[in-house]
Design a protein around this ligand. Structure first.
Ligand SMILES: [Zn+2]
Length: 277
């Protein structure tokens, strides 16, 4: 029914950190409009609940080939605060994963973007259990509670995505690979970014989220994640070098720098930034 779901560059994947390759082209992201306050809607679509985002929210940089505008965000979770993320890192499945879906700014719809192998950019954030409640996440939880049944729609007043995600300067470390949407029709049109920085949610919040939205059968939507797919030769890149990659970079840079104290300074600054990650 959805032939692309059996394709060669499917998502999600298990990220094996020992095989990930450093790519210096993966620079910092710019997040435009993510701190704007807007009234957004949330819709129960049967398999998930999507929070529609204003298209004035855009991202660029981050090694992306274009400017991308926001469409929606949604979550993947497990049950009872157990494993629930779609991507895994060295086999570890986090309790929840946030996906923010963007399309190239020239497209008018997700359908249009799906025909371009880089038409969609998804930003993925893992959640980790925290001692304290994440009060901003309660806004999302309460909205999900209002769309329990299929076809339900609700609104979230005065929503600000920057309340949920960390500031750009904390997001320079990430993984990158080419993949697909993780729900049918699994279109292979997605540039995936999975950030190292995790988001907090308390045990109480992680338990509650998996009970808020129900299937048409009258059962809560639980374990809404697709299993890991084969890499089939794809390379997963990282934006930040490991310490040994860093020393190789510094060594090769020295002859080039010998004539310019300014260049040396700027390289040292960027090296110390990498070290800070
Ligand atoms: Zn998703």
């Amino acid at each position: 029914m959805f032939p692309e779901c059996g394709g060669q560059r499917q998502s999600p994947i298990n990220i094996v950190t020992s095989t990930v390759q450093y790519d210096p082209a993966l620079g910092p992201f710019a997040f435009d409009g993510h701190d704007h306050i807007s009234n957004i809607t949330v819709d129960h679509l049967g398999h998930s609940a999507h929070f529609a985002l204003p298209q004035s929210m855009r991202i660029h940089g981050g090694g992306l080939p274009s400017v991308y505008k926001a469409l929606q965000f949604h979550l993947h979770w497990g049950v009872n605060a157990g494993p629930g993320s779609e991507h895994t890192v060295d086999g570890e499945r986090y309790p929840m994963e946030l996906h923010i879906v963007y399309i190239k700014e020239e497209y008018q719809s997700l359908e249009e973007a799906e025909s371009d192998s880089a038409g969609i950019a998804v930003l993925g954030f893992f959640f980790e259990a925290s001692q304290e409640d994440n009060t901003h996440f309660d806004t999302v939880l309460e909205a999900l509670r209002r769309v329990r049944f299929i076809g339900n729609t609700s609104s979230v007043a005065a929503f600000k995505l920057s309340d949920i995600i960390p500031p750009a300067h904390e997001l320079s470390a990430y993984y990158r690979y080419s993949g697909s949407m993780t729900t049918p029709a699994c279109n292979e049109a997605v540039i995936w970014t999975i950030f190292h920085k995790t988001l907090p949610a308390s045990h109480r919040q992680l338990v509650e989220v998996a009970g808020e939205v129900w299937y048409w059968t009258g059962k809560p939507m639980t374990n809404i994640f697709r299993p890991a797919q084969q890499l089939n030769g794809r390379v997963v890149s990282r934006s930040s070098p490991l310490p040994d990659e860093l020393s190789a970079l510094t060594d090769s840079a020295v002859p080039f720098l010998s004539g310019s104290a300014f260049c040396l300074c700027s390289v040292l600054v960027s090296v110390s930034l990498y070290c800070a990650l």
